[in-house]
Ligand binder design. Structure first.
Ligand code: ADP
Length: 682
């Protein structure tokens, strides 16, 4: 027998097998070290006691079978002190009345659980790592978000202050532009008078009838005259341009025929060319019956400008002025010359103020550099465009394309048409304003309000309208084209009939004191905002005399409905829920009008009417009868005689209610500012 090697003690640690010896009844007689350590098996203990709960029988069967034959691979689940179940595959054999049992740990079970444990562990680890990663990501995102938030806040602040700065800039630019416009306009005006005198006087001097001049003197006076003429032209252009820029140039639409217009233009332009000129001025026949509706004078000014340029820059050849139909109801006028032409880099620049082409040929000709910018602005005012095509040396073609009918003609037609038809549900507001855009704007502002704009563009118009309609309020622009409305304001505020109409003065120059002194109820500098206007109008227009209306109706719901219909009107409503109360209120409060329900408790509508008629205090109050039922013929006849109107309750609308109130009040001679209208509702 060999002795045990020194590492033999490790067998216990390395082996996965347990060895037991039992007697035939299953009592453990001997257990090896591993059986003791893994299963806590002790001699004297029953092997059955080691079996996992519910598997004891399997132990018994093993013992029984092992008595007769060798058993292999018998799986038993054994526990240590009832815990930690472990599967063993047992081999057992009997000898001399004892049973030897050797159980090995089932590798699958072991591996599987180990695998499971380790995969669960690694899953857990992965999960942990993922959670950590996500946490880090979250943290990073939060930080990023905070940073972006901070940045956003900063840029928000930046944008806000930029906005404020821009607003301020825009405002000051606007002011500067206005000041510039005013200065230019005033200065130009002031220049004109002395220039007139210089021109006139030089003419007088040059007239031989006024005494002869020496040749030298004549030459000098001629110089004075040409210089004054050039200056006069410059001043005129400047004045025109500043007017257009200030939006003060007023469009005057006329109806004319293109062919006739061209013939007149030819008449005006012909004298520009001397009789012996080498340049031919050609006006080909215009298309027949081309009717136009736009500002003829402005169009003529534009074309005269283009033709006189063509004349200046063309030494020989021809200048052709023609007109043709353009696309989409436009008309194209063109001025084509065979002159020196314009280099491409100047094609846009010549439309800027004071720009003149810098070539020796061009420089020979004097000018202001204001003609084309003005022509372009004017064309734009006409809703059109001015363009140029030119080849140096070959000549230039300037083309004006504009709508045959100016868009504003249509819009204005719509505006005046709408103003002609007074809306009985709205309070008319007379707006005196020479700028169409502003008029449109006001109309837009008040579109969905209880007000209707009556647009007028001159004081004369305003006077005429006030004779026809009594407005609930007026909005006056003071500086109008060629006039002011100060006198009109004073007139309105002195006359008995118009004195109490609220007037809002809106203008560009700060003349608040003057406006207030003349009686203006409010003064504003332009521009006016929609909400501001509406608020003020509601405040002003509903002041002053109001009509009191008494509603006699036992039906609370209907009284409420009627009140809703008459909301935002200048009427003051009183209510009575029965005939007696109604009559009492009518006597005490002297309403201007009564809405009477046909079916009342206790008293009939006829009784109420009789009582009202019997009392001189209430006799003349107009009554509008309301009924929810069909009336009998005789009832209808009588009521028609004794009331101003009969209204069916179920069809009542705001328009009908207001229309009938106005009719009734004006019939009764009680018409106030809202009622004095020619409108009668059917
Ligand atoms: P002005 O003619 O008074 O100088 P304009 O604004 O009318 O001012 O024209 C600007 C410039 O455009 C002119 O100075 C000229 O150089 C150029 N120009 C205008 N029309 C013509 C043309 N038909 N042919 C050549 N050059 C032109």
């Amino acid at each position: 027998m060999t002795t045990a090697p020194p590492v033999a003690h490790l067998f216990d640690a390395l082996s996965r097998e347990v060895a037991l010896v039992c007697d035939p009844s299953g009592t453990i007689l001997w257990a090896d070290g591993r059986a003791e350590s893994i299963l806590a098996a002790q001699p004297g203990q029953k092997l059955r006691a080691l079996a996992a709960q519910g598997t004891e029988e399997k132990v018994d069967r093993l013992l029984l079978q092992a008595r007769d034959e060798r058993v292999e691979g018998w799986e038993l689940i054994l526990c240590r002190n009832g815990e930690r179940p472990t599967t063993f595959a047992f081999t057992a054999q009997a000898e001399g009345g004892q049973l030897a049992l050797v159980g090995s740990l089932v590798p699958e079970d072991y591996g599987a659980s180990l695998g499971k444990v380790s995969s669960t562990l690694s899953e857990l680890a992965a999960l942990h790592r993922e959670t950590e990663r996500q946490q880090r990501e979250l943290q990073r995102r939060t930080e990023e978000l905070q940073r972006v938030n901070r940045e956003l806040e900063e840029s928000n602040r930046g944008v806000r202050s930029l906005h404020a700065a821009l607003d301020e800039k825009a405002e000051s630019l606007q002011r500067a532009a206005e000041v510039k416009g005013r200065v230019v306009a005033n200065v130009s005006h002031e220049f004109r008078t002395p220039l007139h005198s210089i021109l006139g006087l030089s003419k007088v001097l040059l007239n031989p009838l006024n005494g002869p001049l020496s040749a030298e003197q004549e030459k000098q006076v001629q110089f004075i005259r040409t210089s004054a003429e050039a200056l006069y032209e410059l001043v005129n252009d400047l004045l025109d341009l500043s007017k257009v820029e200030a939006g003060k140039a007023v469009l005057r639409h006329t109806h004319f025929e293109a062919g006739e217009f061209m013939r007149a233009l030819r008449g005006m332009m012909r004298p520009l060319l001397p009789p012996d000129s080498t340049v031919e001025l050609v006006f080909p026949d215009a298309p027949e019956n081309m009717e136009m509706e736009t500002d003829e004078a402005k169009l003529s000014q534009v074309l005269r400008n283009l033709v006189s340029n063509a004349v200046k820059f063309t030494e020989r050849g021809s200048i052709t002025v023609s007109v043709a139909k353009g696309p989409r109801d436009t008309v194209a006028f063109s001025v084509k010359d065979t002159g020196i032409g314009i280099p491409p880099e100047y094609h846009e620049r010549i439309f800027e103020e004071f720009i003149q082409v810098e070539t020796p040929l061009h420089r020979k000709v004097k000018g202001t550099g204001l003609g084309l910018p003005l022509a372009r602005r004017l064309t734009e005012m006409l809703g059109g465009a001015l363009t140029v095509r030119s080849v140096p040396g070959d000549g230039s073609t300037f083309t004006v394309t504009l709508p045959r009918v100016h868009p504003e003609v249509k819009e204005m037609a719509g505006l005046s048409e709408r103003a002609e038809k007074l809306d009985p549900a709205k309070a008319p507001v007379l707006v005196l304003e020479d700028d169409r855009q502003t008029l449109f704007l006001y109309e837009k502002y008040l579109e969905r309000s209880g007000f209707q704009v009556l647009p007028v563009r001159s004081v004369e118009d305003a006077r005429r309208t006030v004779q026809r309609v009594r407005p609930a309020a007026m909005v006056l622009d003071v500086m109008l084209e060629g006039e002011t409305s100060w006198n009109f304001l004073a007139e309105m505020k002195t006359k008995e009939e118009t004195r109490d109409i609220p007037i809002l003065v809106v203008t560009i120059t700060d003349r608040e004191q003057k406006a207030r002194a003349l009686g203006a109820d409010e003064f504003w500098l332009k521009p006016v905002e929609g909400t501001q206007l509406l608020r003020k109008l509601s405040e002003l227009a509903h002041r002053g005399p109001v009509e009191r209306i008494l509603i006699i109706d036992d039906d609370e719901v209907h009284r409420y409905l009627l009140k809703q219909l008459l909301k935002d009107t200048p009427y003051v409503l009183m209510e009575a829920s029965n005939g007696l109360e109604g009559i009492r209120l009518a006597r005490e409060k002297a309403p201007h009008l009564i809405f009477l329900d046909f079916l009342l408790p206790e008293m009939t509508a006829f009784d109420v009417l009789d009582d009202l008629k019997a009392d001189p205090r209430t006799r003349d109050i107009p009554v509008i009868l309301q009924t929810a039922h069909e009336l009998k013929e005789d009832e209808r006849t009588r009521l028609a005689r004794e009331t101003s109107a009969i209204l069916a309750k179920h069809t009542l609308s705001r328009e009908v209610a207001i229309g009938r109130i106005r009719d009734a009040l004006s019939k009764a001679g009680l018409g106030s500012r809202l009622e004095e209208r020619e409108v009668r509702r059917g």
